[in-house]
Design a protein around this ligand. Structure first.
Ligand SMILES: Cc1ncc(COP(=O)(O)O)c(C=O)c1O
Length: 436
């Protein structure tokens, strides 16, 4: 999975966004997160375009958890997408970037009082409610200020998306949302409708991430529509909005085939038509893509620091980053593809293990990478790292986090500075006179 502007010259020099990787490494150092602007914007417009054909037009909210910084939040708004946040920190980032709070959805299975207050103070568009405790809390807090909070209820529809256990969320036994079968979802609707300070605008269900089939998304739409019908028949309540969450997969490895957006959205549109009671307005469909907007645009540039062959076993290619900048392989066996810069096409390849620099045996970025004669000093690119890499990065081993730069039309711009050692120590305080 490479960005759309990827070019490789006959001598193997790679450039993306018109910028040679060797120049990126020389100007910004490694490891380095790079995002290709054109790929990013084309993924956003693919969602915008596909959803615009729905009736009423659907809307995409970019899920900031995949990758967020101030510039990204601004770009999302510029491109006409809404923004999902899941914490006060993400909300603060969006607000600082000037995102219109009305276009923000506040998610998360735990929202502190301070975060709810912040959302209400700033007029966040909708809060997505995850539990009865939260529902009551938001009702009381909106009541204290004499307002009404617009909410969606997060439903757990019982759809088992075929993805890794840690990133599937729509099955019945999940920490997220209100389950359909045990009556919790009904209880939540009942309470929401009876709450003086809540305006129930619809339902939300996110079934998981890195889903490579369209069937679970269609089933999700069907489940939310069927649930809505029961409430229409019972109490005449019909949602304005059905939010189907994110989860569209991307091509990390050669066997990953992501679902096509257009036909999937057409099928959802047909379902909405079919299942809306006559005389009622069709609900607006919201999608919340994170990974499928940003993963493919991103890559990480490393320097090979050592090549070590263990007799009769693996050849380890050790790079200057690892689980601190990409935890996903260690966390859930995520698979990535890699390539060396500046190696002629004709160079023979060998299967090696790309190892990170962190003090964990599990810090292996790629188990079996086909690389062209790796040598110390080479630049190694790991493709498809735009989503859930920088967002999940840590300073484990007190290694500063890499910078994020964006390439476009031959220029590179810094979106996030590289951390310094001072940044890593910024919140530390010295031992005071030898006393703890
Ligand atoms: C509620 C919600 N919406 C959207 C997303 C984004 O998912 P993805 O990045 O797979 O598109 C997530 C991811 O966990 C989520 O929990």
């Amino acid at each position: 999975m490479r960005p759309t502007t990827y070019i490789k010259s006959p001598n193997g020099q790679i450039s993306v966004g018109g910028v040679p990787l060797q120049d990126l490494a020389a100007s910004f150092g490694t490891p380095l997160y790079v995002l290709d602007y054109d790929t990013l914007v084309s993924r956003m417009s693919a969602y915008r375009e596909a959803l615009s054909h729905m009736d009423p037009p659907g809307h995409a909210h970019y899920a900031g958890k995949a990758f967020l910084c101030r510039a990204m939040a601004s770009l999302v708004q510029q491109q006409g997408l809404g923004l999902d946040v899941v914490s006060g920190g993400e909300l603060a980032t969006a607000l600082k970037a000037g995102v219109d709070p009305a276009h923000i959805l506040f998610h998360g299975n735990v929202k502190s009082r301070q975060e709810i207050r912040m959302a209400l103070d700033h007029g966040v568009g909708r809060l997505v409610v995850d539990s009865l405790d939260e529902l009551r809390r938001i009702n009381a807090m909106a009541g204290d200020r004499g307002s009404k909070a617009a909410i969606l209820l997060r439903i757990t529809p019982g759809i088992d998306a075929h993805t890794h256990d840690f990133i599937r969320t729509g099955h019945f036994d999940s920490k997220f949302g209100f389950g359909l079968t045990e009556g919790l979802a009904d209880q939540a609707v009942d309470e929401a409708l009876a709450s003086d300070h809540l305006r129930l605008e619809g339902f939300h269900a996110h079934i998981g991430s890195q889903i490579l089939e369209s069937a679970p998304f269609i089933a999700n739409a069907e489940a939310l529509l069927a649930f809505s019908r029961t409430w229409y028949e019972k109490r005449g309540f019909w949602p304005q909005v059905l939010d189907l969450g994110g989860g569209v997969g991307v091509k990390y490895g050669p066997h990953d085939v992501p679902p096509s957006l257009e036909p999937m959205i057409r099928q959802i549109d047909a379902l909405v038509r079919q299942m809306t009671p006559s005389g009622q307005r069709r609900p607006q469909i919201i999608l919340e893509p994170g990974r499928s907007v940003v993963a493919e645009a991103g890559f990480t540039l490393y320097t090979v620091e050592a090549v070590k062959t263990v007799a009769g076993s693996h050849t380890y290619v050790a790079v200057d980053g690892g689980m601190g900048d990409n935890i996903r392989p260690a966390l859930y066996q995520a698979v990535y593809g890699a390539e060396l810069d500046a190696k002629p096409e004709s160079a023979p390849t060998r299967t090696v293990t790309v190892a990170g620099r962190y003090c964990e045996s599990g810090d292996i970025l790629i188990q079996d990478a086909e690389l062209a004669e790796p040598m110390t000093g080479d630049r190694l690119v790991v493709w498809g790292t735009g989503a859930y890499n920088y967002a999940m990065a840590s300073t484990y081993n007190r290694v500063p986090r890499p910078a994020v730069v964006v390439v476009r039309d031959g220029h590179a711009a810094v979106w996030v500075e590289r951390e310094s050692y001072d940044d890593v120590m910024r919140l530390d305080r010295a031992l005071d006179g030898g006393h703890a």
